[in-house]
Write a protein that binds this ligand. Structure first.
Ligand SMILES: [Fe+2]
Length: 171
């Protein structure tokens, strides 16, 4: 039995605010990719799907004169750090197992090395999965952050993924 489901995460107002801001469609696509890759590699699919769904929860929009400024983003972005902390707090509040909450937070922290000066991280298998899953859904010019998806469709997708996770956990 899982302590927290993807739908529980999605229904929290913190998720609604930040995950929608960074792209709901992208978050769900990465969650599905993470689930699949995690399954292939024999990892905990629940942690993989959650980390994939929340990986960009720390994003901030870097605007200058009403327009997205990519240089400003490159220079100042710490979304992986913010995201790890935000996701951890959210998961603990929802009643997630602390060991799992930490594992998910670290997978979010290391899903990109954009914030690290050296850029070289030795990743655990779960951290690698989240990075690969994110790259699978990336579009030129950050367009993956702006694809839209209705709340209703998002909920249906997450419910389906929850069912797949529950099914695997039972067997
Ligand atoms: Fe992403």
């Amino acid at each position: 039995m899982r302590d927290v489901k993807l739908v529980d995460i999605f229904n929290h107002h913190i998720t609604r605010k930040y995950v929608i801001r960074s792209g709901l469609s992208h978050a769900i696509a990465v969650s599905y990719h993470s689930f699949r890759l995690g399954k292939e590699r024999g990892l905990d699919v629940d942690s993989a799907a959650k980390a994939g769904f929340l990986h960009d929860i720390g994003h901030y929009t870097w605007y200058k004169d009403g327009k997205w400024n990519y240089d400003l983003y490159k220079q100042n972005d710490i979304h992986a750090i913010k995201g790890a902390e935000r996701a951890h707090k959210l998961l603990i509040r929802l009643g997630e197992n602390p060991i799992k909450a930490k594992e998910i937070a670290l997978a979010i922290l290391f899903h990109t090395d954009s914030f690290l000066p050296g850029g070289n991280v030795i990743r655990t298998p779960l951290q690698t999965v989240i990075k690969l899953a994110d790259e699978k859904d990336e579009e030129e010019g950050g367009l993956h952050h702006t694809r839209t998806l209705s709340i209703k469709r998002a909920l249906e997708s997450l419910e389906r993924l929850d069912q797949r996770i529950d099914h695997l956990k039972q067997n």
